[in-house]
Design a protein around this ligand. Structure first.
Ligand code: RB5
Length: 153
């Protein structure tokens, strides 16, 4: 498995801790975030990671900023990305099972490293359930592709 990881300055230390955790599991990790604590705009890492996932050059992505929110908003602007900001493992599991999230996001100022590991594990170990959830995801991408939604007319 190959994952891309990205972060801003608020999450550099957690990014390195998460990289080590993932690599210890045998996961190949592409690092597109900042490696320093100097101010770094999260949209850069979000865009790079989103493109890599959307182009199927990685199996998924992990994005970390202060809250997990800004970096997920930016990643979700890349066509084909379903990035979910989570602060707990239950949401992380459900966002794979129901939303087929291809990028998981969290905040280094919100969760500690053990919760972050549990969030990533829940996302990695869950499977998309398809069925009615695929129909709803199709609607998300209809909005993305057309800026309209037939079912809402
Ligand atoms: C950076 O200070 C902070 O705004 C950023 O890491 C993130 O929390 C934004 O959503």
């Amino acid at each position: 498995m190959k994952l891309v990881i990205g972060n801003d300055h608020a999450a550099t230390e957690m990014k390195f801790q998460m990289m080590a955790y993932l690599e210890q599991k045998g996961i190949e990790v592409i690092n597109v975030g900042t490696d320093t604590n100097e101010s770094f705009d999260y949209a850069i890492a979000a865009y790079k990671a989103g493109k890599i996932v959307a182009d199927h050059e990685a199996d998924g992505g992990v994005l970390i900023c202060g809250t997990g929110v800004g970096i997920s908003m930016a990643a979700n602007k890349v066509k084909g990305i379903r990035a979910a900001a989570c602060s707990d493992p239950v949401t992380a599991r459900l966002t794979k099972q129901h939303n087929n999230a291809n990028i998981i996001c969290f905040g280094a100022r919100i969760v500690g490293i053990e919760t972050a590991k549990a969030i990533v594990d829940a996302w990695l170990e869950s499977e998309f359930e398809g069925g009615r959830h695929q129909h709803r995801i199709d609607m998300i991408h209809e909005i993305e592709d057309t800026q309209s939604l037939a079912a809402a007319q």
